[in-house]
Write a protein that binds this ligand. Structure first.
Ligand code: FAD
Length: 281
């Protein structure tokens, strides 16, 4: 594979909660530097809960020499808050941003949603305020966003985000490569040709995987679910089987020329590295 066609790997982290977690994050990030990520991204808690954490972690990652993209969600924020945050990131020299709607914190009603209710509103605001300063990533859902009324409507909402100015997209995680390829075909049939990078979720914990998947609408195939359930508390077996399943998925995607892979590392270097080491790329 030539360097110009090499897939771009990216890594996602969440802001650590305390000093010990921060030290583990930096240590894990150092280990993952063998992946030579194109960029790393840092999540942003809905309702502004980790606003400072995101900025601090972006600074840490930039200090390690990496291009770091903060996630920015608009729900529950005012235009003024978002403008101020965009200015902060500009002042830091950040050039890439992941623009999201976010989810309302539980217990908060839609009346607190704020002025911007869809990610397309945020993309519009970013372009209006900052022109072409930021490379904007948005989220994509090969298996449909769980709140969408149907796949076609969800596709049109995705198209709207791209037309508002998104440069590329990262998908929700999935375990069925056909869902991704079908989504990319449907996007391209709309005349849109931006890179759509598969989001990859390592499997390390059955309960956590089922909880996340229930919330975000990702389908865990029956055979994978049954195998994991049978392994009970045997963490070694779960890790070994999870690595095999996800590595096979990544290899299928790479063999079909995906533009890159975005790893949801969950700040766990071991799980992502185990997959990456198994790939021939
Ligand atoms: P949107 O694109 O706005 O879509 C959300 C729903 O609204 C969809 O059902 C869509 O069909 C519908 N919709 C969109 N536009 C319209 C319209 N004009 N009219 C009617 N309906 C419409 N969450 C966080 O809180 N912090 C994070 O850091 C974070 N990082 C993420 C990273 C990735 C790669 C992904 C895939 C998700 C991430 N999320 C994060 C989760 C995300 O915030 C949720 O999935 C959220 O529910 C939707 O965000 P979105 O940007 O896709 O929203």
């Amino acid at each position: 594979m030539t360097s110009s066609t090499r897939p771009a790997f990216s890594l996602e982290f969440f802001p650590p909660r305390d000093a010990a977690a921060q030290a583990r994050l930096v240590d894990g990030a150092r280990q993952m530097s063998v992946i030579n990520p194109h960029y790393v991204s840092v999540t942003f808690g809905a309702g502004g809960t980790t606003r400072e954490g995101t900025l601090d972690t972006v600074r840490t990652m930039r200090g390690m020499g990496w291009d770091a993209a903060p996630h920015l969600s608009c729900i529950g924020s005012s235009r003024e808050d978002l403008r101020a945050l965009l200015q902060t990131y500009r002042d830091e020299g950040v050039r890439r941003i992941v623009a999201l709607r976010g989810d309302m914190p539980s217990g908060m009603g839609i009346e607190s949603a704020g002025a911007l209710r869809h990610a397309s509103d945020l993309v519009e605001l970013i372009r209006a305020e900052t022109g072409d300063w930021f490379h904007i990533e948005v989220a994509a859902y090969p298996e449909m966003h769980p709140q969408a009324s149907g796949p076609e409507k969800d596709l049109q909402h995705f198209v709207q985000k791209v037309r508002a100015g998104a440069n590329s997209a990262i998908t929700q995680y999935f375990f069925n490569a056909d869902a991704y390829f079908d989504f990319v075909d449907r996007v391209q049939s709309q005349g849109i040709d931006i890179p759509i990078i598969p989001g990859i979720m390592p499997i390390t914990n059955y309960t956590q995987l089922m909880r996340f998947s229930e919330m975000c609408g990702a389908e865990v195939p029956r055979w994978v679910r049954l195998r994991l359930a049978e392994m009970g508390d045997d963490r070694e077996s779960i890790r070994a089987f999870g690595t095999e399943v996800v590595t096979d998925l990544c290899q299928t995607l790479l063999d079909n020329d995906v533009p890159g892979l975005h790893f949801y590392t969950l700040n766990n270097a071991e799980a992502t590295l185990a997959i990456w080491k198994g790939l021939s790329n």
